[in-house]
Design a binder for this molecule. Structure first.
Ligand SMILES: Nc1ncnc2c1ncn2[C@@H]1O[C@H](COP(=O)(O)OP(=O)(O)O)[C@@H](O)[C@H]1O
Ligand SMILES: Cc1ncsc1CCOP(=O)(O)O
Ligand SMILES: [Mg+2]
Length: 250
């Protein structure tokens, strides 16, 4: 995908998010909940975050996409994640898996493999997490085998589905100095999936939007604290002109 096409698609999908205000249900970690909800609101989506087993069916049933994040994984979250995935599949909802820190815990890695096999639309993790999940296989072959889109993020984000590959270098090193930046990015990908036809394009466009917002925020920020605030402002103010002048593909 050329940079101009990516920028155009990303702008069109942001317009759709703002028009439709998709509901994104997030089962995410306790560190990331507030920042993720604010990032979704800033881009134009509507977050919900309950992890109650009694309520999960109703929340996912009324959502337009689901995020499953393994960052603070206790037994209750494991059970509610299984229920949420069942509810998402019953409604054919797109869903994103963020396999946070699976390289740090064998038990979490085992659970992540179970969830990856349940058919996420997108798996988004940092390079170490995607390497651990793919167990040394080439990531494009791993994506093809699971019939999913895989995004490995870092200084350059690599998106692949086994047939297509996109590398998007947008972003800024300050993004690695604010906790939950990747978690919130995965939630934003879920918002793009909710309004898109093509999961690969949705994922690449979501990551370009996130990266461009990071670049704009860095121009305003004195350090990680003001960067986090400026990032929310930049998501809120993202529009086609900013994407067209800044989107990059390698
Ligand atoms: N050095 C960097 N330069 C540009 N963008 C970065 C850099 N490090 C991280 N990012 C961006 O920050 C976001 C979070 O990525 P990453 O740090 O890989 O995930 P996580 O927070 O899950 O570890 C991604 O959108 C990524 O593109
Ligand atoms: C620090 C931490 N510990 C458990 S989850 C979490 C947040 C991780 O956020 P991100 O992966 O977006 O940096
Ligand atoms: Mg992460």
């Amino acid at each position: 995908m050329a940079a101009a096409a990516l920028a155009w698609n990303a702008a069109a999908l942001i317009d759709k998010i703002r028009a439709r205000r998709p509901r994104i249900h997030c089962i995410t970690n306790g560190v990331a909940q507030g920042f993720t909800a604010n990032a979704l609101l800033a881009i134009g989506a509507v977050p919900s975050m309950t992890t109650s087993p009694e309520e999960i069916g109703a929340f996912v049933g009324g959502a337009d996409a689901l995020l499953v994040n393994l960052g603070t994984l206790d037994e209750g979250r494991r059970q509610v994640i299984r229920l949420a995935i069942g509810a998402a599949k019953a409604k054919a909802l797109p869903w994103v898996l963020d396999p946070v820190f699976i390289e740090r815990s064998p038990s979490r890695a085992l659970f992540a493999r179970e969830i990856a096999a349940a058919g996420p639309t997108v798996i988004r993790g940092n390079e170490a997490e995607i390497a651990a999940l793919s167990q040394g296989r080439p990531v494009d072959a791993f994506a093809l085998g699971l019939k999913t889109v895989v995004a490995a993020t870092g200084a350059t984000d690599h998106v692949m589905d086994g047939a297509r590959v996109a590398g998007t270098p947008n972003g800024h090193p300050l993004m690695a100095k604010v906790t939950a930046m990747g978690c919130a990015g995965a939630a934003i990908i879920a918002a793009f999936l909710a309004v898109a036809e093509d999961p690969f394009e949705a994922c690449a466009c979501g990551l370009v939007a996130v990266g461009v917002a990071g670049e704009i925020a860095a121009e305003q920020a004195a350090g990680p604290g003001s960067f986090a605030v400026a990032y929310l402002d930049a998501l809120h103010g993202l529009e086609s002109g900013k994407l067209a002048t800044r989107a990059r593909v390698v």
